[in-house]
Design a binder for this molecule. Sequence first.
Ligand code: NAD
Ligand code: UGA
Length: 445
Amino acid sequence: MKFTVIGAGYVGLTTTVGFAELGNEIMCVDKLPSRIAKLSKGISPIFEPGLPEMLQKHIRQNKIHFTDKIEDGIAFSDIIFLCVGTPQNNDGKADLSQIEEASKDIAKHMKSYKLIIEKSTVPVNTHQWVKKVIKRYAKKNIEFDVTSNPEFLKEGSAVYDFMNPDRIVVGVETNRAKEILEKLYKPFKEKAIPLIITTPAAAELIKHASNSFLAMKISYINMVSELCEKVGADINMVAEGMGHDKRIGRDFLKAGIGYGGSCFPKDVKAFIKIAEEQGVDFTLLEEVEKINFSRRIKFLKKIKEALWITKDKNIALWGLAFKPDTDDIREAPSIDIVRELEKSGVNLRLYDPQAMENFKHLFSDSKHVRYFNDKYEALVNAEALIIITEWDEFAKADLDKIKANMKLPIIIDGRNVYPPQIMKEKGFEYYSIGREKINNGDVWK
Ligand code: NAD
Ligand code: UGA
């Protein structure tokens, strides 16, 4: 099939290469000419495992095309995926201006039937607004359908998640739209991936409710981890024991310094606002947010407790991305942690495998922040190492080399990267989340 994707970000690009892999031909439109220029040369503007290879392969095979001319995208096909951003407004609600702009563009340039598929995460009943905008701005009375088809991929495994989803949700109002989407998703149905066909409003709600639920799971386990620290239990063992219950599941029970990223923080906030507007008392989610934010404060307290005076100390910090395998730092916990440490006069030695360039835009001219291309180099003369993101290469790092490079072998680990027993054997002073403190081989209760 031939179709158009509007928005060449994490979701738009993954949708483009993913559907190309399944044999479709796609025109991907973005309003940023610099992004399109890069993409046309096969250069991915984001770090996402597997994406560049698929991008280059399908450009070579002429399956994907890029343009910054919206009218070309709209003329290309009757099927249009909306994958533009829906960031957070100042009042916490979703900012839908990119959705409106793209809808107006579709209205202005459409000459025949269009199926508009919302893939962006939007508040419930946004499809109604998209319909209204298209009707208002269309030059002629042309038939169209608006459907909701939320995306559930995770950054860092976007391509894999797109190709292997747990389920596909499609919210439709007409048979015509249903048939097109069933055809589009046939390869997934053949792999026995459930295709849930529902109304657009339910589909929009499924997305916000799913993200908020996952965020709630994280806040829940983080509170249990706090209890573990008080009573001397190990959070990983508790999560393991809980996770074997199929009704609970082990995923998203990793305690740490809380969730960040471009999705959970804004989507939980937007969902709270939606409930508020409908007069529904969803304070449960406000608590989820509060717990999440307090993780950063507690972690800073942990650093203080471990180091006492932090001013003028050299401290290494590994991990800036909001999660491993991405260069995305949107709402990353590292931003608040670095900002607070910088304020207290710490000399920070930062390392991240992919996110340093993005981070430099935020902390470029600070005399308290230095960047290192080698993680061991960042440790030289450091009185402590702080870990914020659980990149695999940190878990696999040479602990003897870490110890040899540091001035003092103190690690404050926000993501439980190392087993406490090993840290004990290696003689580290080791602080983690919801587990025993290790002090040079001794256990502190
Ligand atoms: P992004 O910011 O990475 O990309 C959005 C792209 O849309 C940008 O390149 C922007 O230039 C382009 N754009 C904006 N308005 C446009 C217009 N009128 N015409 C053409 N291009 C336009 O965003 P993202 O992370 O890909 O997220 C997109 C949506 O998908 C959001 O609603 C998000 O909540 C949702 N989502 C994101 C993820 C994720 O992991 N990032 C996963 C699932 C769902
Ligand atoms: C999340 C959802 O997992 C996706 O299903 C959804 O499509 C996406 O949001 C979206 O709507 O944009 P993403 O934010 O890319 O995906 O990554 P996650 O793996 O969910 O991680 C989000 C944050 O939660 C990270 O900061 C991560 O460190 C944290 N997290 C995750 C935990 O603290 N503990 C966990 O057990 C899992």
